[in-house]
Design a protein around this ligand. Structure first.
Ligand SMILES: [Zn+2]
Length: 376
């Protein structure tokens, strides 16, 4: 295999007898470099011109006595810390796709390596099928981001029509769309924005039960829930996704708290587990039961444009992790919140699997045992 490894455009800091690779803010890699050979190798790798087999000779030409195995080991180690990609892998795509998806490919570079290229991630996205429930503030923004990413197919489900008040935050719609169904207007926006790109199937339907979600999700590789009714919609989607065997991602705004989380059936804890955990808590803490609600929380929608866009972005990033597997999902069984009224404080709260969850009990024992041992 004529793989030409290339150093990603990270910072390389030189110190006496040491080089430091600084890419991600929270992670630096320190390498001993007493004779300067590591720096020389990094310079060659930055060029991305040599195959692994050609690198030892190139280093010897610079005066460093290195063996083939040493160089191969060094390249493998650099690949393991995530600083190498495969030079020229964009060439596997046609020029029009490269131009259209340039920034997507450079985003995927963050996660690419010698064995998985940015082209591979892009192709996974282009082959993916998504069921998107909701074309409102968050859902229409998610649709726009999915189309920007070049996802293959979206079945978009919503029952509402475009109203004037939606124009504050639902940027797929314009004044001319007021009165049209959101799914039709969104499908038309997609066709204008990205002709020949994502196929958007518009379904004008209200989601009411598990069976309808199961039917709508047939063939999908992921479900995104961007609706908040009926009240138990998350439990319904959760159950349907166990039947479909696909993950789902959701998010929303509750009073001043933005939230998002996801479920990977058989791998993470699920939404039903969360419900059962909450029931246990209520049972063991009688004070919670004594606290009767005098006024139920209102349902005003205070998601402004930036709030809806931020939520759509967070949910779409998580969706992208499932669709491409660039990196593991960050919100599988983990409640992520961003608090708008408290300095944008972020909190990450994992919830455990519940031993009595009938849905998690359904998954194949081998898979669930492996998942449980890695979930803790
Ligand atoms: Zn469960």
């Amino acid at each position: 295999m004529r793989v030409r490894p290339q150093l990603k455009p990270i910072s390389v800091v030189q110190r006496p007898a040491e080089v430091i690779l600084v890419g991600r803010a929270l992670e630096a890699t320190y390498l001993d470099d007493v004779d300067g050979s590591v720096t020389a190798l990094l310079r060659l790798l930055a060029e991305g011109r040599h195959t692994i087999a050609e690198l030892p000779a190139a280093l010897r030409a610079l005066g460093f006595e290195v063996g083939e195995a040493d160089v191969a080991d060094a390249v493998r180690a650099l690949d393991e810390v995530g600083v190498l990609l495969r030079a020229g892998s964009d060439d596997d795509l046609d020029p029009a796709t490269r131009r259209r998806h340039e920034s997507n490919l450079r985003f995927y570079d963050l996660f690419a390596g010698l064995h998985r290229t940015s082209t591979d991630f892009h192709r996974a996205m282009a082959a993916a099928d998504v069921l998107l429930l909701g074309a409102g503030g968050m859902g229409s923004g998610i649709l726009q981001s999915l189309i920007g990413l070049g996802v293959g197919w979206v079945r978009l489900v919503d029952f509402d029509t475009v109203e004037e008040k939606n124009l504050a935050r639902q940027f797929a719609y314009g004044r001319d769309d007021v009165g049209r169904t959101k799914v039709d207007a969104a499908r038309d926006w997609a066709a204008r924005y990205s002709p020949g790109g994502t196929v958007v199937e518009a379904v004008h339907e209200r989601v009411t039960d598990v069976a309808s979600i199961r039917r709508l999700g047939a063939g999908a590789s992921l479900v995104i829930c961007a609706i908040d009714s009926p009240d138990d919609v998350h439990l319904l989607v959760n159950e349907a996704c166990f039947d479909l065997g696909v993950p789902f991602v959701t998010g929303g705004l509750q009073y001043s708290t933005m939230f998002y989380w996801s479920v990977e059936p058989g791998v993470s804890a699920c939404r039903r587990c969360l419900e059962l955990n909450r029931q246990d808590e209520a049972a063991t803490m009688p004070a919670l039961l004594d606290r009767s609600v005098v006024l139920p929380a209102g349902r005003a929608n205070r998601a402004t444009g930036p709030v809806a866009q931020l939520l759509a972005g967070l949910v779409t990033l998580e969706a992208g992790r499932y669709l491409t597997r660039t990196d593991p999902p960050v919100a599988a069984g983990v409640y992520h919140t961003v608090e708008l009224a408290d300095g944008m404080a972020t909190v990450r709260s994992p919830w455990p699997r519940h031993p009595d969850c009938p849905l998690c009990a359904r998954v194949a024992p081998a898979r669930s045992a492996a998942a449980l041992s890695t979930a803790g």
